[in-house]
Design a protein around this ligand. Structure first.
Ligand SMILES: C[S@@+](CC[C@H](N)C(=O)[O-])C[C@H]1O[C@@H](n2cnc3c(N)ncnc32)[C@H](O)[C@@H]1O
Length: 185
C-alpha cells in the first residue's frame, strides 16, 4: 500500500531502513528504468542481502546502496520524489527525527510513505498487548523488536499534508500507514 500510494514511473526514491529490500524492490518495479531507488540502511549485511535480491530479480533496475543512520540522512534537501520507511522507524532512538529527515530530503510536491507499529485502540487489548510485549522483549527470538511510535504530529508541524493515515494488521498488533505530501512543486 505504501509503495502503491506514493511511487510513480520515473520517480527518484529513497528506501530508508531498507533491510533486505522488500519495499525498495517493489518501488523499483514501479519507477521503471527512468527512475531509481536508493537502498539505505545502518547494516551492511542487510544491504548486501538487498543487493543480491535485486541483482537476481531486477538486474537492470537503476539502484544505489548506502549505509548510514536515517536520523542523519547524508542527502541534500529536496532531493528525492519519494522517501519510504516500512517498519524501520520503530527501532530508532528518535523516530520523529528520522521522519523529519525523510521529509527534508523529498522535493516540494514529493511524498513520504511510512508503515510503523502503533498501539491497539482498545484499552483492554492494549493492556493485553503490553503484557505479551513484556514477555516477548525478554525472549529476543520471538520479539519483533518493533515498538509503537507516532510521527504524524512532527510531520504535520513541519508543514506536511497528511493524505492517508490508516491502520492495518490485527487488533493485538496494529500498524499504521502514513502518507504525507510536501506542499509545493
Ligand atoms: C524491521 S527492518 C525493516 C526492513 C524493511 N524496510 C522491510 O520492510 O522489510 C528495520 C531495518 O531498519 C534498519 N535500521 C535500524 N536502525 C537504523 C538507523 N538508525 N538507520 C538506518 N537503518 C536502520 C535495520 O538495520 C533494519 O534493516
Amino acid at each position: 500500500m505504501v509503495v502503491n500510494r506514493t511511487v510513480h514511473a520515473g520517480d527518484i526514491v529513497l528506501d530508508a531502513g531498507a533491510g533486505t529490500g522488500s519495499t525498495g524492490i517493489l518501488a523499483a518495479q514501479k519507477t521503471g528504468s527512468s527512475g531509481s531507488v536508493t537502498f539505505f540502511d545502518l547494516s551492511h549485511e542487510m544491504l548486501a542481502a538487498a543487493k543480491k535480491k535485486i541483482a537476481k530479480e531486477h538486474p537492470d533496475a537503476p539502484t544505489s546502496f548506502e549505509t548510514g543512520d536515517m536520523c542523519q540522512l547524508p542527502f541534500p534537501d529536496n532531493h528525492f520524489d519519494v522517501a519510504l520507511s516500512t517498519y524501520s522507524l520503530c527501532p530508532l532512538y528518535d523516530p520523529a527525527k528520522a521522519a523529519l529527515e525523510m521529509y527534508r530530503v523529498v522535493k516540494p510536491g514529493g511524498r513520504v510513505g511510512i508503515a510503523h507499529s502503533t498501539d491497539p485502540t482498545s484499552p483492554a487489548i492494549k493492556w493485553l498487548a503490553d503484557r505479551v510485549e513484556d514477555i516477548a522483549w525478554k525472549i529476543p527470538s520471538i520479539s519483533m523488536g518493533c515498538r509503537s511510535v507516532d510521527v504524524a504530529p512532527a510531520l504535520e508541524q513541519a508543514g506536511g499534508k497528511i493524505v492517508l493515515h490508516t491502520m492495518i494488521g490485527i487488533p493485538l498488533w496494529p500498524f499504521k500507514i502514513l502518507i504525507v505530501e510536501k506542499p509545493g512543486g
